[in-house]
Design a protein around this ligand. Structure first.
Ligand SMILES: *Cc1c(COP(=O)(O)O)cnc(C)c1O
Length: 496
């Protein structure tokens, strides 16, 4: 299948392995299918299929340049013993809503679903394309992408991973995970700035022609593990289909019934995968976009104006502390009937002026599919407590943002459609906030000791991924200015 840039001509195309290796288009746009595929499955197949089968089906649909054999082995490697639940994605029902638990992988957040798969696709893409350059995975992270991509790519031949994260902008457990992940090919570096600073600089480095030439001369080539990479986005479509099938199987819904999904959103990757699932024919009524105090998307869905000129908040749901949601570009591309010039112009306005407004008619279409809301840090704590009090179910702060917004939506509308809340991280990844929410007392410790405290309170068995955390000694933190990121990369790669 051929891909193109959201900002480039539809006649300039490349195949899926090349799009995955490149990560980002040279014009700053994101890769999208030239022709969005038609589903080759029927809704009634879904209840019968395992997670792995659905994953293989979706990957074959979007990435048909890979052989069936390549896809099969990739899926087996990505979704095996490193998951602590055999179903990969368990679905829980609490307080009349469903929680799709995406955090049973090795780094305890939903990023593992895609980042256990992306390295598998990348190594096979390199074979197909016969690339002889070493692939440098350059990634900005708000916490979870960093750990999950380091874990996914650790010791993968032909790849190096360089992760930039905001100093003080990730949770103590996320920091410990990044600094203690072992692998000869991994580097995590803090920058004095926030996630948007890191992401903006990464995009700039990606598109620096001079630097790109220098890399090539040294036999290197950049790729990305952010959800800007289509190879990371596509595997995420699978869990929407799988969950629907499972709810039919459990007789919670009937085949063909519509469902709603609430998605805790940062870079708009997860919710965009839901939109793609809907485009493939999954009966989704509403996709509800849930934000924290960085509620730029809530306002956008309210009035059609995207305006990033606002205060940046460091919150208790740090993976969502983002003001520039990259994947919104792919949604707009679709709604604007693939008009790349319009998209280039909107994105240019965002960079130049910090805001843009979409057409009225596009806004109407948008409102039809999406709804949005946000939760403050206090509301996040209260929501963790509310769900815990209901039946002792424990959710993490990001899931709590989703749960709160879903609950508000249900109170404010008469929509009784079955609701699935996407549960994006293990509560043990953010033990300080969860402990405080449940006990009403500030957690006396942070990081690993806080996990122990929370576990004392909750009891039960700890997942392997949580237990593994205390074993390793972290490296010392390296902190640099955003302006020095390019220089740092040169040093790490020892560029001539
Ligand atoms: C990354 C992340 C999100 C946001 O997902 P996007 O795809 O960036 O919208 C939400 N919750 C957690 C725990 C995350 O790691």
């Amino acid at each position: 299948m051929q891909y193109r840039s959201t900002r480039g001509s539809k006649n300039q195309t490349l195949n899926s392995p090349a799009a995955i290796i490149q990560g980002l288009a040279p014009d700053g746009g994101l890769y999208v299918p030239v022709k969005f595929p038609k589903a080759d499955f029927k809704l009634e197949d879904l209840p019968k299929l395992s997670y792995k089968q659905i994953a293989a089906m979706i990957i074959s649909l979007f990435f048909d340049d890979f052989s069936k054999e390549q896809i099969k082995s990739a899926v087996i490697n990505a979704y095996s013993e490193q998951w602590d639940d055999r179903s990969i994605v368990p679905i829980e029902k609490h307080d009349h809503n469903f929680y799709m638990e995406l955090f049973h992988g090795p780094t305890l957040a939903f990023k593992d679903i895609a980042l256990q798969m992306l390295p598998q696709l990348m190594t096979r893409a390199v074979q197909i394309e016969q690339t002889d350059h070493k692939i440098i995975i350059l990634t900005a992270t708000s916490g979870d992408t960093g750990t999950a991509s380091m874990r996914g790519f650790a010791n993968q031949a032909g790849t190096d991973v360089i992760v930039f994260y905001p100093e003080g902008g990730v949770s103590p457990v996320q920091l410990k995970q990044m600094l203690s992940q072992r692998g000869k090919n991994l580097q995590a570096i803090a920058i004095k700035g926030n996630f948007d600073d890191a992401q903006t600089e990464v995009k700039k480095i990606f598109n620096d022609e001079h630097f790109k030439m220098r890399l090539i001369q040294n036999d290197f080539q950049f790729s990305s593990a952010n959800s800007m990479n289509i190879g990371r986005l596509v595997p995420q479509i699978s869990y929407y289909l799988y969950t629907y099938g499972q709810l039919v199987r459990r007789q919670e819904i009937k085949l063909g019934d519509e469902v709603n999904f609430t998605v805790p959103t940062g870079n708009f990757g997860d919710i965009l995968a839901g939109y793609y699932a809907k485009k493939l024919g999954l009966p989704i009524k509403k996709l509800i976009c849930a934000s924290n105090e960085n509620n730029v998307l809530t306002d956008f869905f309210e009035n059609g104006v995207y305006d990033k000129r606002r205060k940046f908040h460091v919150t208790n749901a740090p993976a969502m502390d983002i003001l520039v949601s990259s994947n919104l570009e792919r949604l707009l591309f679709d709604l604007y009937d693939e008009n790349n010039q319009q998209i280039a112009s909107l994105m240019n306005q965002l960079t130049q002026r910090g805001h843009y407004q979409i057409d009225k008619q596009i806004f109407t279409q948008l409102k039809h599919i999406f709804s949005a809301g946000f939760a403050t840090q206090k509301q996040v704590q209260a929501e963790i407590k509310r769900i815990y009090n209901y039946d002792r179910y424990v959710i993490d702060p990001h899931t709590a943002v989703g749960s709160y917004v879903a609950h508000q939506y249900q109170k404010q509308t008469s929509d009784t459609t079955k609701m699935i809340i996407i549960s994006t991280a293990s509560p043990y990844k953010f033990p300080e906030t969860v402990y405080e929410a449940i006990t009403g007392r500030e957690c006396p410790q942070t990081g690993i000791p806080a996990i122990k405290k929370l576990h004392e309170k909750l009891g039960g068995q700890l997942a392997i991924g949580v237990r593994a955390l205390s074993d390793r000694e972290p490296h010392a933190e390296k902190i640099i200015e955003p302006a020095d990121m390019e220089k740092m990369i040169s040093t790490i790669l020892n560029l001539k």
